[in-house]
Design a protein. Structure first.
Lengths: 250, 228
């Protein structure tokens, strides 16, 4: 039945209208931390939160893989070019003490924040996110755009998949950048955009027919807040305040 | 989010995109300033868009379906051996959507952060500023250069928009990253870092310039109403 609690982890059952603001406050308080000692707390804290989420570690690793590559590159750049005290010389390069500390601090902070961000979106459905954002007074226009975009990524993604398969079946693959790449891919891309544009006209027609703007979204299907939602919210805000205090006293 | 289970998206998760600033990379104060600036820019651009589309349903349908289309088009990989990169598309978004590119990019970046971890939630404002700014500036350039309406002029305008879209986004991202990381970073290394990021994006910028010019020329012939 809509609005009822579903069986699942504590995070999944946490009411989105409190979960999203609470986790955003936590993420921002993590972003404010700079000193290495307080930042050391972030990774255990986020891993502990992950352990109660019921999500798979493989999903988390896939989510973290690409951003962490970029962060590692930046961390290495900082370790090599920031500071004055040399820790280690490798040929013409020197590993600096201040740079290593700053790089490690960034790496830990990014990982901690990304884990919490991952938990926030993977334990909340798109409709819960949109209802929550609406309650947070975000412009309704943006929220509605977000919902429709989420829906059409699937539809247009399938168009793209079909076109890719058709190209491969005709023997086209592009391992190198050539004139042929542009001759084939530019019309394909333009066709996808034209289809998107024409689809938007049909969506507009459907929205008008259904009386878009004349009615407000039905929020009666959202379950009411429970004491456990408020407790989790308060706990998360307290932890965020604790992190800020830790940073200020470091 | 339920979306990530889709098979199409799972295979696309493996592909990489490194233009956006991840969460935790820059100080919280800078992220907050990014959010404030993006809120202002979004409010301003929505005001401009409302004049073009008096009916909000038309604006929402156009922005969301095109945001989804651009999101999908960014999965196409451009082979630039030894790597394969994804188009940034800031120039093309600007050419097609004009002022609507700001909310479209904001939403697109939210989905990229949510689904693939590209970019971030605290850096959503900063990333929207760099990408949205690049899209708007490219659009202004395109409008200025394509006035003559000749085929060569259109191609040159499309190339400039695509090329500058990548370069403006790369330079602004590099500047934010380098200037907000440790204050004691060596100034020579700062300059080297910015230069490296700019130079490493040049091949992509040229490829995207050609790509954007060809798409703009195609759309001008087949669906001119799509150009902003």
């Amino acid at each position: 039945m809509p609005g009822e609690r579903t069986r699942g982890s504590l995070l999944r059952n946490w009411h989105a209208s409190l979960k999203i603001p609470a986790l955003m406050v936590l993420i921002f308080s993590m972003a404010f931390m700079r000193a290495l000692m307080p930042v050391l707390v972030l990774l255990p804290l986020s891993l502990l939160t992950f352990s109660i989420s019921g999500l798979h570690i493989a999903d988390l690793m896939r989510y973290l893989k690409t951003p962490l590559l970029l962060v590692l590159a930046v961390g290495l750049f900082i370790a090599l070019f920031s500071g004055e005290i040399v820790l280690l010389r490798i040929g013409p390069l020197s590993l600096m003490r201040e740079g290593v500390i700053a790089g490690a601090s960034i790496l830990l902070r990014v990982t901690g924040i990304m884990i919490i961000g991952f938990l926030m979106v993977r334990t909340t459905s798109l409709s819960e996110i949109s209802t929550s954002l609406r309650r947070m007074r975000l412009p309704g226009l943006l929220v509605d755009m977000g919902i429709l975009t989420g829906r059409y990524i699937m539809v247009i993604g399938e168009d793209h998949e079909r076109m890719t398969v058709a190209r491969r079946l005709r023997g086209y693959s592009h391992a190198i950048l050539s004139r042929r790449f542009f001759k084939v891919m530019a019309p394909v891309t333009a066709t996808l955009l034209v289809r998107g544009f024409k689809r938007s006209e049909r969506v507009f027609g459907a929205m008008k027919t259904r009386g878009y703007g004349a009615t407000t979204p039905d929020e009666s299907i959202v379950r009411p807040l429970e004491p456990s939602d408020v407790i989790l919210f308060s706990l998360t805000v307290l932890i965020s305040a604790g992190l800020i205090m830790l940073e200020l006293t470091a | 989010m339920g979306l990530h289970r889709h098979s199409t998206l799972l295979c696309i998760q493996e592909k990489e995109k490194l233009m956006h600033i991840p969460d935790g990379m820059v100080p919280g104060e800078v992220c907050a300033a990014g959010f404030a600036s993006t809120a202002l820019l979004t409010w301003f651009s929505l005001g401009k868009v409302k004049k073009l589309y008096p009916d909000p349903a038309r604006m929402i349908s156009r922005a969301s379906v095109m945001a989804a289309a651009f999101f999908v088009v960014s999965w196409i990989h451009i082979p630039l051996p030894p790597v394969s990169v994804h188009p940034i598309l800031a120039g093309l978004i600007g050419i097609l959507l004009g002022w609507l590119s700001i909310p479209t990019i904001l939403i697109g970046l939210f989905f990229q952060a949510a689904m693939f971890g590209h970019g971030g939630f605290t850096t959503l404002g900063l990333n929207t500023l760099t990408m949205g700014g690049a899209a708007l500036l490219s659009w202004f350039l395109y409008r200025g250069l394509s006035r003559g309406n000749s085929a060569g002029g259109m191609m040159a305008a499309g190339f400039t928009a695509g090329f500058m879209g990548v370069m403006i986004a790369a330079v602004s991202t590099a500047l934010i990253l380098i200037l907000t990381i440790p204050s004691y970073i060596d100034p020579a290394a700062e300059r080297a870092g910015i230069l490296t990021m700019v130079v490493s994006h040049l091949p992509l910028a040229v490829a995207e310039g050609i790509f954007t010019a060809m798409i703009a020329a195609y759309l001008k012939k087949t669906s001119p109403e799509m150009l902003a």
